[in-house]
Design a protein around this ligand. Sequence first.
Ligand code: NAP
Ligand code: G4F
Length: 356
Amino acid sequence: MKKKVALIFGITGQDGSYLTEFLLNKNYFVFGVKRRTSLIHTTRIDHIYEDRHLKPNLILKYGDVTDFSNVFHIISETNPDEIYNLAAQSNVGVSFELPEYTAQTDSIGTLRILEAIRILDKKKKKIKFYQASTSEIFGNSPDKPYSEKSRFAPASPYGTAKLYSYWITKNYREAYSIFAANGILFNHESPRRGENFISRKTIIGIINMLHGKQKCLYLGNLYARRDWGHAKEFVEAQWKILQQKKPDDFVIATGKNYSVKDLVNLVLKKVGIRYIWKKDKKGFEYAVSLSDKGHIKKSQVIIKQDKTYFRPNEVHDLKGNYSKAKRILKWKPKVSFDQLITEMIKKETENHKKLS
Ligand code: NAP
Ligand code: G4F
């Protein structure tokens, strides 16, 4: 049987790497789009990279979703059955500093891919398109827990840009009968998570402190709540969304949420640090160690809130209702928050040993 061809925009990211592994295991031929950068940064996929001079099932192409001619030519040359648009400036905090770039990538980038599909696939209707939508489109909407029927109220340039992409994906599905679907994914983490997202930042910071490489971990809002799942099982849902008879939109979540402080407390507990939370005169919280542990000394301030890490606007409480995905996709999360954090700590500890 002829191999299915998948094209992944954002292959070098967390989800891109897990999705590539998943699709190669399903015997797909995978094309991935990587950006040109001054240093090669394919670390998340180096273990699956295949030399294009041999008989590869994975080929990387240079590209950028801010460049229409590039997007158009890549889709035309690769002739994919499925396109996964995971490419994005994906950091919510950074989107306040780079609002226009975030819109170019996270909104118009999606439009560029859809336009290329519309022009190239007019008659065949072969290409299926997956859009990496996000719980950030719900923002601070009152309709909790969030499902496909909840109203949207994004609270950042990122969330707003992603809401455009959600709608344009729906519009192209309805206007041109393109198989275009949104996966509205809640937070998902893994040992491959970017270093400046809260889960990985907290774990790296605490392990660094235990080894004397960092004195204190500075954080922002400790009271936001997130529904955290494992990236590896969330990419399976992305694939399942494209295997349906009809294109549709699905919430992918765990249905449970925790605060940032719960996350920090869990990591500290798991690595065996004893500490107490206090508040300074300005109301900023900090944690002080109660005994020596590794390079951490008794009475050391190990965690401190810093206003640099507070956002101009915050999404306070995200929790998803994934019952539609459970019913139609037969998908449900299996990895608990505790298991996810345990796996991330283990991997970070190994990374640390390799480096030292
Ligand atoms: P990630 O690790 O930040 O990966 C993003 C990918 O997009 C990287 O490969 C990045 O390339 C690429 N990219 C960025 N700008 C691009 C551009 N202009 N043109 C082409 N590629 C570009 O994000 P992730 O966690 O894997 O998430 C994947 C997607 O799901 C993103 O769209 C994100 O917004 C969305 N999402 C994520 C979550 C989550 O909790 N992880 C939840 C909901 C939705 P570089 O490696 O060169 O930077
Ligand atoms: O880990 P975060 O940066 O993830 P955030 O903002 O929820 O966004 C992630 O999930 C979205 C899905 O809901 C994706 F669409 C998006 O691409 C990304 O993957 O922050 C989580 C929470 C926030 O409330 C933030 O204010 O942690 C809080 N936080 C507190 N201190 C911090 C910090 N976040 C970061 N990154 N760094 C801090 O020092």
